[in-house]
Design a protein around this ligand. Structure first.
Ligand code: SPD
Length: 286
């Protein structure tokens, strides 16, 4: 992480001796208070964002990631009036949540104001109409401190849409943080977090699922693909208190949003929850 990312016409994320790259032009490189923010333009995936040299999103990739984080939770939680996003400064997670008309309050707590400003200007299609939606309230604060002080049993759904566990996102993978999320979640609610790649971040992935299983009564990872991320093989983990309701999308909610989805569908989701690789299954049972 944090190595130079430009090599001729290529922009790469370096991770454990492998380069994950796109043929692209560098548009912006800015050091914020927290991290290096890079915006590029590629012919394959359109404009994209990197934080500290790691791929975050791109115009023609974002649905691969955001739908898989958001729709299993939003289509299955008992209620979805009050929703919280920690991170998610590009607006993609908010856009997916706001497809649901039942949402009344969507709070987005992002540590880095510069990420929000740059994404609104340079990558406006990722957040789309979410930035103008009165249900969305953006709070520029450290999500880890914020959740520690939030009221108990308040949100129906909580999303953690952070970057990799280094720099400002490191604390988004620890037990105390997850315990606070559980406390703030209503009993019929669903917690969802990106849980890294089972290939490129094997230990982090397994540890994240294990910790979530200690903190919540139910927690299960779902596997999909975000081709621009290290290895392309990605995971999101869902957790709940009263029952593993994230496994069962509610038909009426699905009908409202399915036309907007490129990847997610109830059929895709049931396969993706079943797709746990054998080494993860073994790792979780140790
Ligand atoms: N290595 C990529 C991890 C990125 C997770 N978050 C992406 C932010 C998209 N909203």
């Amino acid at each position: 992480m944090n190595k130079p990312i430009q090599d001729g016409n290529w922009i790469d994320e370096y991770h454990n001796g492998v380069r994950y790259g796109l043929e692209a032009k560098l548009l912006i490189e800015e050091q914020s208070k927290f991290q290096k923010i890079t915006v590029i333009e590629s012919s394959r995936y359109g404009k994209g964002l990197l934080l500290d040299g790691c791929w975050m999103t791109a115009e023609k990739q974002e649905k691969h990631y955001h739908e898989c984080l958001v729709q299993p939770a939003m289509c299955s939680a008992k209620e979805i009036q009050k929703v919280l996003i920690i991170g998610g400064g590009d607006g993609g997670t908010a856009k997916e949540c706001l497809l649901h008309k039942e949402v009344e309050q969507l709070d987005l707590v992002e540590i880095d104001e510069t990420v929000v400003e740059i994404c609104k200007k340079q990558l406006p299609t990722i957040g789309g109409q979410a930035w103008q939606d009165p249900r969305l309230k953006v709070k520029i604060e450290d999500g880890i401190h914020w959740i520690a002080n939030a009221s108990s049993n308040y949100y129906d759904v909580i999303f953690v849409d952070g970057s990799d566990p280094a720099g400002p996102a490191k604390g988004l993978f620890n037990k105390v943080f997850f315990e606070n999320c559980r406390r703030v979640l209503k009993p019929g609610g669903i917690f969802a977090t990106q849980s890294e790649s089972p290939e490129a971040f094997r230990e982090i992935h397994i540890d994240t699922v294990k910790i979530l299983r200690e903190v919540f009564e139910y927690a299960d990872p779902l596997y999909g693909w975000v081709p621009m991320y290290p290895s392309g093989w990605w995971s999101w983990t869902f957790a709940a208190i009263d029952n593993p309701r994230y496994l069962n999308p509610i038909k009426q909610r699905v009908i409202q949003i399915e036309e907007n989805c490129e990847i997610w569908s109830p059929r895709w989701q049931s396969g993706a929850f079943e797709a746990m690789p054998a080494f993860v299954e073994r790792g979780l049972s140790k």
